[in-house]
Design a protein around this ligand. Structure first.
Ligand SMILES: Nc1nc2c(c(=O)[nH]1)N[C@H]1C(S)=C(S)[C@@H](COP(=O)(O)O)O[C@H]1N2
Ligand SMILES: [Mo]
Length: 335
């Protein structure tokens, strides 16, 4: 048997496809690209792209795991180990975190514990698969963090800041992505925001509109006619629930679980269902137009099929765009 390399809840992306995820690539600016290290260092420094390219290059094959459940095996990244650059900056002992900041419209960022960033072998990468990184995939220079969900790997790296206290990154702060992000421990999202008692109370109301109910457990409940428009339901569990005529329009349902749910006549217009599981769900009369479906599943893998997981029930009354609806802040392409 081969070594199991797929973390729980992940699937391999289609052969030869590297999905594009996240914000738009930055427009080319007038200033030449550079990467700086600042903050709690004795010696702030910066490197031009040529400086980085002229340094000895390390190559490392890395399995990529996106939190929206697609994975890529053995992507060969080449670049400079972060640790080598840090060693040239005289990092101060008070520095405990490292924040990576992008040259992008929203100055996207993500952070790591400094010790972890070193221990994981974080790379400042210039190429993938033997060719210079495309701008879409974070070129000319991005970070690559082995062993963490790919949202910890920053595209369009401009600044590396050493900090005493953590500064949450964009997805971590805005989307509730887990700050540790270990795919083997399925650290996809922060803990739920409500206590168990509060969750039980909200279930009886059948009104979730606009509320933050991430990681809600509603498995097996009768929630027919539910109003969950614009609700935050990342990672929510609706397995086997009765959701006839439920309204999820504009809701965030990334990685939600609908396995075996009765969703007849339910509406998901404009919802984010990235990484959501609909296997075995009844989707007759269901409206899924304008949803972003990167990494969502409607059919089981061969393995899951052997365990009795079934296809979603879809017929001519199920309304669908083919592929990706283009509404999500995270995804810009499908695979
Ligand atoms: N600057 C920047 N870096 C980013 C993101 C982003 O939106 N902006 N998205 C992250 C996410 S969620 C993922 S999965 C990967 C996607 O990289 P790819 O588009 O090369 O697959 O980039 C990460 N780094
Ligand atoms: Mo991601």
């Amino acid at each position: 048997m081969s070594t199991p390399r797929l973390p729980p809840g992940q699937r391999w992306a289609a052969a030869g496809k590297w999905p594009l995820v996240g914000e738009r690539a930055p427009a080319p600016g007038p200033e030449a690209w550079s990467v700086s290290i600042t903050g709690l260092v004795g010696q702030p420094r910066w490197w031009s792209l040529d400086d980085l390219r002229r340094r000895p290059q390390t190559e490392r094959a890395i399995d990529v795991h996106c939190v929206t459940r697609w994975s890529l095996a053995d992507v060969r990244f080449t670049g400079v180990p972060l640790a080598e650059l840090l060693d040239e900056c005289d990092v101060r002992p008070e520095a405990r975190f490292v924040s990576f900041v992008a040259r992008s419209e929203r100055e996207h960022s993500t952070s790591l514990l400094l010790d972890e960033a070193r221990a994981l072998g974080t790379m400042v990468a210039l190429s993938a698969g033997g060719v210079a990184l495309d701008i879409e995939h974070g070129g000319p220079v991005r970070t690559v963090v082995p062993g963490r969900y790919f949202y910890k790997s920053l595209k369009w790296l401009a600044r590396i800041e050493l900090l005493a206290a953590d500064r949450l990154g964009y997805w971590e702060a805005e989307a509730g992505y887990h700050n540790e992000a270990d795919p083997w421990r399925e650290q996809r999202f922060m803990a739920p925001t409500l206590s168990r008692a509060e969750m039980a109370a909200v279930l009886t109301t059948r009104d979730f509109a606009g509320r933050d109910l991430r990681s809600l457990d509603a498995a097996g409940h009768d929630l027919s006619g539910l109003n969950a428009q614009q609700a935050w339901l990342r990672d929510a569990n609706f397995r086997g629930a009765k959701l006839v005529g439920a309204r999820f329009d504009g809701a965030n349902l990334s990685n939600a679980h609908f396995g075996g749910a009765d969703l007849r006549g339910a509406s998901f217009v404009g919802a984010d269902v990235e990484g959501a599981d609909f296997c075995g769900a009844d989707l007759r009369g269901c409206d899924l137009r304008g949803t972003s479906q990167l990494g969502s599943s409607f059919a089981p893998t061969d393995e899951e099929r052997r365990w009795g997981v079934r296809d979603a029930i879809i017929d001519e009354t199920t309304r669908f765009d083919r592929g990706w609806g283009g509404k999500s802040p995270e995804a810009r392409a499908t695979f």
